[in-house]
Design a protein around this ligand. Structure first.
Ligand SMILES: C[S@@+](CC[C@H](N)C(=O)[O-])C[C@H]1O[C@@H](n2cnc3c(N)ncnc32)[C@H](O)[C@@H]1O
Length: 294
């Protein structure tokens, strides 16, 4: 496939505005958290005060990055019609509305009532979407075992800090419990070509899921600027030992775009709590492209 780097670079430069808006919102969230310990109150204030109720500029037509990322994430899923999908931390419902096209029924859950009101407006014409307020760390037991697709995109690193490995393990176990035996879990988080704090946290999150009992690694996709991991329900009830695991699906990388050289794994940080996860990871599929062209 012909790769037009000039077009790609132009899009990337224009989308810098989105990254700046996101950084401002993340800083504001930290300030809100210092004022209030309640997660819903902080996220409600963030959404309420943001231009067009969109703190991360995800829905603004002038930025292409996020739109292309949602489309790319849906393309990573197996080509099948899902029965029941769950979008955890659904925000404004932008990914939820895409999931509604490939699932009979979609439930979106978010901690913010303001985000959910916007998501309800967006998905109003879609009769197969339901939205609920809830916290991913306190999901109702009746959700167990009922989803053949669970997606949690750009949400886990917004849990209140410090995010310890123990909490990540518990969350991975809880989310694996939501899956039906043929279910798939997709975890997505920021991933930058820099060994910064966000990228290190993303590595810890994805390791916790990958090594969780009850989940089996299907594939990993490193793109500009996110990491997407697909996991299946482990019928054995435990994760296989590293040498028994099938390698993650590997895609051949296309030529990297100018702004996104393939990132190196960041070195472990002395700031981070000691990780209890195994250090060696199965091979990852590496593919850098703005918004994930495939
Ligand atoms: C960056 S937005 C991502 C929204 C959506 N997943 C997307 O990709 O467009 C993060 C979302 O996570 C939600 N969130 C944060 N902590 C949460 C929690 N503990 N439980 C449920 N939702 C949470 C926030 O309200 C916010 O809508």
């Amino acid at each position: 496939m012909y790769f037009d780097w000039r077009r790609s670079a132009f899009r990337s430069l224009r989308d810098i505005g989105l990254f700046l808006a996101s950084a401002r919102s993340d800083a504001r969230l930290q300030a809100l958290r210092r004022q209030s310990t309640s997660c819903p109150i902080a996220f409600d204030a963030l959404y309420r005060d943001a231009p067009q109720n969109d703190p991360w500029a995800s829905s603004l037509p002038r930025y292409q990055y996020q739109r292309r990322k949602y489309d790319a994430l849906v393309r990573l899923l197996p080509q099948r019609r899902f029965r029941r999908a769950l979008d955890l931390g659904c925000g404004l419902g932008l990914l939820t509305e895409r999931l509604a096209r490939c699932a009979q029924e979609v439930i979106g859950i978010d901690v913010s009532s303001v985000a959910l009101r916007c998501a309800a407006e967006r998905t109003q014409p879609l009769k197969n979407v339901q939205l609920r307020q809830g916290d991913i760390t306190a999901l109702a037991p009746e959700l167990n075992g009922s989803f053949d697709l669970v997606v949690v995109a750009d949400t886990i690193y917004y849990l209140p800090p410090p995010i310890q490995d123990g909490l990540l393990k518990q969350l991975a176990a809880r989310l694996s419990g939501l899956l039906s035996p043929d279910g798939i879990l997709m975890v997505v988080n920021h991933y930058f070509p820099l060994p910064n704090a966000e990228t290190r946290l993303t590595r810890r999150i994805h390791r916790a899921f990958q090594w969780s009992p009850g989940l089996t690694l299907m594939s990993e996709h490193r793109r500009a600027f996110y990491l997407a991991t697909l996991l299946g329900h482990s019928l054995l009830g435990h994760s296989a030992a590293p040498e028994q695991r099938p390698p993650a699906q590997v895609q051949s990388p296309p030529p990297p775009p100018p702004m996104s050289p393939p990132p190196n794994d960041p070195p472990p940080s002395s700031q981070e709590p000691a990780s209890e996860m195994p250090k060696s990871l199965p091979p990852m599929s590496v593919f850098s492209g703005i918004g994930g062209e495939s």
